[in-house]
Design a protein around this ligand. Sequence first.
Ligand code: SAH
Length: 245
Amino acid sequence: MNGWVAIAGLGPGDDRLVTPQVSDALARATDVIGYIPYVARIAPRDGLTLHPSDNRVELDRAGHALRLAQAGARVVVVSSGDPGVFAMASAVFEAIESGPPEWRNLDVRVLPGITAMLAAAARAGAPLGHDFCAINLSDNLKPWELIERRLRLAAQADFAMAFYNPRSKSRPDGFARALDILRHECADARPVLFARAVTTPDENLRIVPLTEARPEMADMRTMVIVGSSQTRVVGPWLYTPRSAG
Ligand code: SAH
């Protein structure tokens, strides 16, 4: 039996946003590997082994998937949103790079999903309609100084900015510092979107001027989108015009 690894995105939460390609891979899988809450989204069935694991073991999880596939298993590694956005796809390629040479010949595919940034933007309107960037605000895997530098330069370049992992219990202060930097660099009342748990029953959207944005408006289930200088509110919607300058 020829094994394979599919690194799949489950989208932001609503099952209707799981692509048919991902559903097909899950239907053919013998094993599903991933962070506990993502594996919990997969319906158990005969012939399918679920391997939930803790968040901080990405490389172990990737190695586990590759070893199973080498032995003939059909493995789906699940991420939320898109697997290439601050998620498992890079971890699998890192494991391949540092693993045995045979792993480079395995059948490994990345199946895209709808990332939280795009789901949040769509619920609010079109805040990412012009140039934008995405920044992970967690300093688990990079120094905080790098985050600050990217924030300043992105603000100076007048990008709209989408922030993943804005704030967690283990990192309560970073987001407050990020907001201070943005207020300093932007010096206006541009709109900020706090989009929590989009496309799930817990969804909550809130738009406030940058001057009124507070750290406690975000948690680990929140996507924060800070507009460019052109981003504006029209009726209930938030959008960035197609032209700038
Ligand atoms: N691979 C994922 C991102 C993983 S990082 C993706 O492409 O979406 C996890 C962060 O994504 C969270 O801290 C939060 O900022 C964001 N996120 C994930 N799902 C979300 C949702 N349904 N609503 C709002 N933000 C979400």
